[in-house]
Write a protein that binds this ligand. Structure first.
Ligand code: ASP
Length: 439
């Protein structure tokens, strides 16, 4: 009985159990052995760190080959260059549009709720900002001098550019190109299979990540900035569960509840890893197999989104700017707020899809409107949890855009979208493979 039940439990269920068990286990250890060096050395930094890091590395291991292979496949089938240009233009416009909504809402809510308390400014704060790259440098660096180096460094934009050119060339050399395209299509299947394998290990990896988090998170830092924390969290949740579903309904007419339900695994992966990049294999898998997006759209929009579309990060940056201005008693003008929208959009574009970078890029926004960069030190303590939630929002935004654009390009399978069981990964990896071999 118990066995049949566990077999029926889908991946989401297992991940949720792993998550809850990890938090409970971590909290138990924390309270049973407070300050124990054994627990810290061998359990937190030992066992949990090793398992959690291996899980994240195994996701990251897939990102570069997956993006390259999948995008070459995608562009092979887009032989018309004008189609590619239109797809790129639409995607970037949609990404900018959602980021602008996110930022305006963040700034408005922060102004209304007024989370910043001037007494915080007297706290001991120290923070030194890193220099943000200039626009010219960003543009020059779009084209890889060495594609292999771009891959070893995981430079997503450079990999995207190279893969698009490569795939485009394949589609223009006739018969020989068809052979290469077939090879890439097979490779794509292989890499997708590895994605499923890694996904089936997620409950254990996520257990370790959550247990480590419960053992290390400093709860005492919350007090003074609780209001800031709650404002960011509130806006993130509204954006994920009200704005995105409404945009989906308006632009594609699809059922937003189906979308929200199917996004759960992706959001859980993003939440646990705090990295849009590491989540990318799961985002692509879900878009193609569960949401019904054609590979030629998903392979382009999702890696691009994981790199430049960070609505959750923009929300944090918008609220943080208003908060820091309030704490330091600095009045910002309407022009300043317009400046915040522009620079925070650029800062979120420049934020890499890895943990914690959004906070570093905040320095760019603060500098632009003349706010003290040291203010960042105030909100650092609560950024870890917010990073996890905003990453889940970031990947949801990429997926909404992908569905909307795929639908508008006729590269969308509505039957898959509406089928609740489509692409569902139930059972272990071996069970899935056996089931497929039998069928
Ligand atoms: N962790 C975020 C992401 O990967 C980026 C950030 O805001 O720090 O999407």
């Amino acid at each position: 009985m118990a066995l049949t039940q566990s077999k029926k439990l889908g991946l989401t269920g297992k991940i949720l159990i792993g998550m809850a068990a990890g938090i409970i286990f971590g909290l138990l250890l924390r309270n049973l052995f407070p300050g124990s060096t054994f627990v810290e050395e061998y359990i937190t930094e030992g066992l949990f760190n090793v398992i959690g890091s291996i899980f994240i590395s195994s996701l990251q291991m897939l990102v570069v080959p997956l993006v390259f292979i999948s995008l070459v496949c995608g562009t092979c089938s887009l032989s018309d260059p004008s189609k590619l240009g239109r797809l790129g233009g639409k995607t970037i416009l949609f990404y900018l549009f959602t980021t602008a909504i996110a930022l305006s809402m963040a700034i408005l809510v922060a102004l209304l709720i007024h989370p910043g308390n001037a007494s915080l400014a007297s706290e001991q704060i120290e923070f030194s900002a890193k220099e943000a790259p200039g626009l010219a440098e960003v543009l020059i660096n779009l084209v890889p001098r060495n594609p292999i180096q771009a891959m070893t460094e995981g430079n997503m934009l450079q990999i995207i550019i190279f893969a698009v050119i490569f795939g485009f060339a394949i589609s223009h050399i006739g018969e020989r190109g068809k052979r290469v395209a077939a090879l890439f299509s097979d490779l794509n299947e292989v890499i997708m299979r590895v994605v499923t394998l890694v996904m089936s290990l997620a409950p254990y990896g996520i257990f370790a990540l959550m247990a480590k988090l419960a053992l290390t998170l400093g709860v005492e830092t919350f007090g003074s900035v609780l209001k800031y924390f709650l404002v960011v969290l509130g806006v993130l949740l509204i954006h994920a569960f009200v704005v995105y579903p409404s945009l989906l309904k308006v632009f594609s007419g699809l059922n937003p509840f189906t979308f929200v339900r199917k996004m759960r695994d992706v959001q859980l992966f993003a939440f646990s890893t705090a990295s849009s990049n590491a989540t990318l294999p799961v985002t692509i898998e879900t878009a193609e197999h569960r949401l019904g997006v054609d590979n030629k759209v998903a392979s382009f929009t999702l890696p691009l989104g994981a790199t430049i579309n960070m609505d959750g990060t923009a929300i944090m940056q918008g609220v943080a700017t208003v908060f820091i201005a309030q704490v330091f008693g600095i009045d910002l003008t309407i022009t300043d707020y317009a400046m915040v929208v522009v620079t925070a959009t650029l800062a979120s574009i420049g934020t890499a899809g890895v943990p914690g970078v959004g906070l570093i890029m905040l320095a760019m926004v603060l500098n632009q409107v003349g706010l003290p960069v040291e203010g960042i030190a105030l909100i650092m303590g609560v950024d870890r949890l917010l990073d996890m939630v905003r990453t889940a929002v970031n990947v949801t935004g990429d997926s909404v855009a992908t569905v909307v654009i795929a639908k508008s390009e006729g590269a969308f399978d509505e039957t898959t979208f509406n089928d609740t069981q489509a692409g569902k990964t139930a059972g272990s990896f071996t069970e899935q493979v056996n089931a497929e071999l039998k069928s």
